[in-house]
Design a binder for this molecule. Structure first.
Ligand SMILES: Nc1nc2c(ncn2[C@@H]2O[C@H](COP(=O)(O)OP(=O)(O)OP(=O)(O)O)[C@@H](O)[C@H]2O)c(=O)[nH]1
Ligand SMILES: [Mg+2]
Length: 451
């Protein structure tokens, strides 16, 4: 790679500081000519002036030099920390372009780190995941892969396959040794175990997807039960209009909050009832659509009123197969509801009042627990598996299955070897695909510029 690349690594907006990264051959020349540091000791902080090609001082900056072989990209690198003014940053970037640098493509620094062998593909992806993580748990998972946990797991499975491949090849090379039924069985059993391990990883990948997206929690119920009041209490501000008249909320209102390990998008909706006007009907239609897409539905009822049997069947059909909680609101008022005939009587139920802070806190805790119900065992999360990796795992698993079909037949063991090699190669593509340029382009183009 001959080009020297440059990019702003921080957001292009007014801020205290802005960081510009440079990687490539010209880094030392820039250090000397623009920053007046002919021989900068690596990894030291240098307070200096940045001077343009016309010898104008553009800013007082901090320059750090990272030497070839030891930098992130493994090339000579500079990090210039200047003041965070977009006008100033543009001047410095333009000057660097004049000095022979070119603007980096998205993810190009990481791409160089990968092609120069500083990191493997799972670690490169972990860096992107770390930057894009939507929750604390997602951050922790990205860090595990940055440590190489997924790579280690893949390498371990590859060597297990290789052992079985050698066992089969030994039989091909020395048929007089007669692998025999017993040995054939052992190979089959081991490959079945490997196949199950791959399934486990694929399933795990699907499971942890929950930490990388906004989970949808939808508040529904008849009008006037206090949906908007609960919504406002959970998000901690008066975002939705509350009124004693039924039918106040027409269109849904949403707000993003962090609930411990997950990020939740909370929706306040129009109360479900037989609509009096078309505009209200539109709002109710949207409520039904939101329920379809929800990760968790909170059915709010007014505990101080008799059970509202008019709409419960409609809601019950909507929430079929959905994770749901029944929330009985207005517990500060005398109880009048009778749930014995209700379609919701089997749901997990909690009683709240928007006038009682504690009851809302425990509702928030319950939401969090339910969303994370199936992800409780902390130590399970030792690595992360994304969609690309899952699809390679699936291909590897299919190849193992094919080899197993051949082995089950018994007397044609050598035909199972190509499938085992294919499985190893699929697994390799998770960690190290230097020859698949299209895939690499696609992968790194999703990175941010400057990373
Ligand atoms: N006593 C009491 N009143 C409440 C409670 N929560 C809400 N309210 C009152 O109930 C009325 C309706 O509240 P909203 O939050 O607007 O109800 P909603 O379900 O969003 O109503 P729509 O938008 O019309 O569907 C308001 O007068 C609130 O002040 C509560 O816990 N206790
Ligand atoms: Mg409302």
């Amino acid at each position: 790679m001959t080009d020297t690349i440059v990019a702003l690594a921080t957001p292009d907006s007014q801020s205290a500081l802005g960081v510009i990264r440079i990687s490539g051959k010209k880094a030392l020349e820039i250090s000397e000519k623009a920053c007046g540091n002919p021989a900068p000791p690596p990894r030291y902080v240098h307070l200096t002036k940045y001077k343009s090609a016309q010898n104008e001082t553009l800013d007082q900056i901090i320059m750090v030099y990272y030497e070839k072989g030891k930098s992130f990209t493994s090339e000579n690198c500079l990090e210039l920390t200047c003041h965070g003014n977009p006008v100033l940053i543009k001047e410095i970037l333009n000057d660097l372009l004049k000095r022979g640098c070119r603007l980096a493509n998205p993810g190009e620094f990481t791409y160089r780190a990968f092609t120069n062998g500083k990191i493997d593909l799972t670690q490169a992806e972990a860096i992107a995941d770390l930057i894009g993580a939507k929750s604390k748990q997602a951050l922790m998972l990205a860090n595990k892969n940055l440590d190489g946990n997924l790579t280690n797991k893949i390498r371990q499975i590859q060597s297990q396959i290789l052992v079985q491949q050698s066992n089969i090849e030994a039989f091909i090379d020395f048929p007089e040794d007669d692998l025999g039924d017993e040995k054939n069985r052992q190979v089959i059993t081991s490959l079945c175990d490997i196949s199950s391990e791959l399934t486990g990883l694929i399933e795990f990948g699907k499971k942890i997807n929950v930490f990388n997206r906004d989970l949808k929690v939808v508040l529904i119920g008849p009008p006037n039960v206090g949906k908007s009041s609960i919504f406002n209490r959970i998000i901690g501000m008066d975002r939705s209009i509350v009124n004693h008249e039924a039918g106040t909320t027409r269109d849904f209102i949403d707000y993003k909050i962090n609930l411990g390990m997950v990020t939740v998008r909370l929706y306040d909706t129009a109360g479900i009832r037989k609509a009096e006007q078309q505009i209200e009907e539109e709002g109710i239609k949207k409520t039904h659509l939101l329920i379809q897409d929800a990760d968790l539905v909170l059915i709010i009822l007014d505990r101080s009123l008799p059970y509202p049997s008019g709409v419960d069947l409609e809601i019950a059909l909507d929430i079929k197969n959905k994770k749901s909680i029944l929330v009985l609101n207005k517990s500060d008022l005398p109880k009048n509801i009778d749930m014995s005939e209700s379609n919701f009587r089997h749901l997990r139920t909690t009683v709240v009042s928007t006038n009682e802070k504690e009851s809302i806190s425990s509702l928030t805790g319950l939401i969090q627990n339910l969303l994370l119900e199936e992800y409780k065992t902390e130590n399970e999360f030792n690595l992360s598996v994304n969609l690309r990796q899952s699809s390679a795992l699936l291909k590897a698993q299919n190849a193992i299955q094919k080899s197993l079909e051949t082995l089950e037949v018994g007397n044609a063991n050598e035909f199972s070897v190509p499938d085992l090699k294919e499985a190893i190669s699929c697994l390799n593509s998770i960690v190290d695909t230097k020859d698949n340029e299209d895939m690499l382009d696609l992968l790194f183009s999703s990175f941010c510029i400057g990373k």
